[in-house]
Design a binder for this molecule. Structure first.
Ligand code: ZN
Length: 347
């Protein structure tokens, strides 16, 4: 098959479009002919290298996969070659106490496609049967691939951890990111008021179109002052943060009493001061999210099927241009998802 593989960590130049062996499905696995794979920031982190991440090279990135089932392994039921599917990005053992309880992200063996196991930057990927979901009929493969990881992550943050309620106010940092564009829609689904930030005015307009009631340009405005003004000095109930060092102190300061800070990333850096007095004085809670459980993705897909949640796709590039796609994400040029389209084999 054709695949984009990396033989070492580094910049976008380590992504090489080349021939690779076809993967074979083991028992209870399916092989999927990939039609589209969406990029996520985790792709950049894994490409650059992370502490304690030991990859077997050559490695294939790509967590968000849509395609057609091509072959099934021994013992697979309910899925057949020809089925159009999307893959749940999280893979776990399925047998431990956490998996059985539905908390598969707490499984000691939890990983996502393209992290410790081969991902979707390829014509074929092998996945456990348990990860296979039907592709929503109303979405093409590109848009279907843009759904799982960001909507699952944002759902885990806002619904599961922050327990967002109608009438509450949420500050969403970085609305132009895939996860930000998902968070705005989930917050609106729960009838919350959304204040969104972005670093460019055209992105703020897009955030408004998705349902943000107020927008703040975090490059030119003081987010703390803006939020105080927009909430009559009260602050917000929930802060949705994936920015990290550049946003953290403001995120804590803008929370109202009883506020919840949820975080899933630190794209601007991982070290930031925390004034502990805010946490006890205002009775704040801080939650960390790493992906989300399969059962949560099933809830998300109900809303995606019905059109209440909709992926935002910024650009589609061919698989062979994965390097350019990574550069696009690194320059933060996008509003929504960057997706790689994988042509049908032989085409
Ligand atoms: Zn497990």
């Amino acid at each position: 098959m054709h695949a984009v593989r990396m033989h070492q960590h580094g910049g976008p130049e380590v992504l090489v479009y080349e021939d690779a062996p076809d993967p074979r499905p083991g028992p209870l696995d399916v092989r999927v002919r990939v039609r589209a794979v969406a990029l996520n920031h985790i792709d950049l982190w894994v490409r650059r290298g992370l502490p304690r991440l030991r990859l077997q090279f050559p490695h294939i990135l790509g967590a968000d996969i849509a395609g057609v089932v091509d072959a099934v392994g021994e013992g697979v039921e309910g899925v057949a070659p020809g089925d159009a599917v999307v893959l749940s990005p999280g893979v776990s053992c399925g047998q431990c106490r956490w998996c059985i309880a539905g908390d598969d992200t707490l499984c000691p063996r939890f990983s996502i496609f393209g992290e410790h196991i081969p991902g979707g930057y390829a014509e074929f990927v092998v996945a456990p049967r348990a990860n296979v979901l039907p592709k929503p009929a109303r979405l093409d493969f590109v848009r279907a691939a843009a759904v799982p990881l960001v909507f699952l992550t944002a759902w885990n943050m806002l619904v599961t951890h922050a327990r967002l309620r109608s009438g509450e106010t949420v500050l969403i940092w970085g609305a132009g990111s895939g996860v930000g564009s998902a968070a705005i829609q989930i917050a609106r689904l729960y009838h919350a008021r959304v204040i969104a930030t972005a670093g460019a005015d055209w992105k703020l307009e897009r955030a408004r179109a998705l349902g943000a009631e107020a927008v703040v340009n975090h490059s030119t405005e003081d987010v703390y002052e803006a939020v105080r003004r927009l909430t009559d000095r009260r602050g917000v109930d929930v802060v949705f943060d994936h920015v990290g060092a550049a946003s953290w102190e403001t995120s804590l300061r803008v929370l109202a009493r009883g506020g919840r800070l949820v975080t899933c990333g630190a794209t601007t850096g991982a070290q930031a001061p925390t004034d502990i007095r805010y946490i006890y004085g205002r009775q704040l809670s801080i939650f960390g999210t790493w992906v989300g459980a399969k059962r949560e993705l099933l809830e998300v897909m109900v809303h995606v099927e019905a059109g209440r949640l909709d992926p935002v796709v910024h650009a589609v590039l061919p698989l062979a241009e994965a390097r350019a796609a990574h550069e696009m994400l690194e320059r933060r040029e996008q509003f929504g998802k960057v997706v790689l389209a994988v042509s049908e084999a032989g085409a």
